[in-house]
Design a protein around this ligand. Structure first.
Ligand code: DX5
Ligand code: ZN
Length: 223
C-alpha cells in the first residue's frame, strides 16, 4: 500500500482528464519527468455525473507504464461492484463519492480488503459531518471544489471553509482538493489546510508541465 503524506508534506496529482488521450503514454512520461507525485484518474459514468470518461482498460494500460501511484476518483453510482476490477487494474487509491454510497462504511471496508487506500470525496454541498462515524476507515478526504463532471471549471470559494473545518477537526488527516486548482486558487486551499492537490487544466494548459508543477508547489509554500 502506498504511504500517505504527513500534514506538512505537499503532493501534486495532475488530473489526466485534461491530458491528450491520443498521446496518453507520452503525457504520463512528461508528468513523471515534471515531478508529479500521484496521477489522478477520473472515472465518470454518465449517471453520477453528466459526463463519461475512462475506465478499467485505460487504467490497466497506465499501470503497465508507470510506477507513480494512481489515485482513482470514482464519480460513479453504486461503486461497490466495480471496486475489485479497479483494484486489479492497478489503482493505489480508490476514492468514492459519499453521495453515491448508501453503505459508506461497508464500501470503505471493501476498499481496504482489496489492499487500496480509501478516500471519500465530498461534493460542494456535502457536509463533513457524514464522515464522523467512518473516520477510522478513511485514509484521506477529497474535498471537491467544483461540481464534479468536467475539467476546467472555476474553483468554488465557499469550499475553502470546508477544508479549514476538516483540518481543524482532524489535524493529521491528508486532505485532497480537486477542481479549479491553479496557481492562484491553490494558495487558498493550502492555507486552509489541504495537502494533496489535483490539477487538470491548471497543468495541461501550460506548455511546460515541470514548470507548472513547480509553480504550484511554490505557491503552496508561500500560502
Ligand atoms: C472533476 C474532476 C477533476 C478534474 C479537475 O470532476 O474530478 O479531477 O479533472 O480538473 P480541473 O483541475 O481542470 O478543474
Ligand atoms: Zn477528480
Amino acid at each position: 500500500m502506498i504511504t500517505l503524506p504527513e500534514r506538512n508534506n505537499v503532493l501534486i496529482a495532475p488530473s489526466l482528464l485534461s491530458a491528450d488521450f491520443a498521446r496518453l503514454g507520452q503525457e504520463v512520461k512528461a508528468l513523471e519527468e515534471g515531478g508529479a507525485d500521484w496521477l489522478h484518474f477520473d472515472v465518470m459514468d454518465g449517471r453520477f455525473v453528466p459526463n463519461i470518461s475512462v475506465g478499467i482498460p485505460v487504467l490497466k494500460s497506465l499501470r503497465a507504464i508507470t510506477a507513480l501511484p494512481i489515485d482513482v476518483h470514482l464519480m460513479i453510482v453504486e461503486p461497490d461492484s466495480m471496486l475489485p476490477a479497479f483494484a486489479k487494474a492497478g489503482a493505489d487509491t480508490l476514492t468514492v463519492q459519499a453521495e453515491a454510497c448508501t453503505h459508506l462504511h461497508r464500501t470503505l471496508q471493501n476498499i481496504h480488503a482489496l489492499g487500496c487506500r480509501a478516500g471519500v470525496a465530498l461534493n460542494p454541498h456535502t457536509s463533513i459531518h457524514c464522515l464522523e462515524y467512518v473516520m477510522e476507515l478513511v485514509d484521506f478526504v477529497l474535498v471537491m471544489t467544483v461540481n464534479p463532471g468536467f475539467g476546467g471549471q472555476a474553483y468554488i470559494d465557499s469550499c475553502t471553509s470546508k477544508i479549514a473545518s476538516l483540518r481543524e477537526k482532524y489535524p493529521d488527516l491528508p486532505i485532497e482538493v480537486d477542481g479549479g486548482i491553479k496557481s492562484d486558487t491553490i494558495r487558498r486551499a493550502a492555507a486552509a489546510g489541504a495537502n494533496i492537490f489535483v490539477s487538470g487544466s491548471g497543468i495541461f494548459s501550460q506548455p511546460d508541465y515541470s514548470e507548472a508543477i513547480q509553480c504550484l508547489r511554490t505557491e503552496c509554500r508561500n500560502a
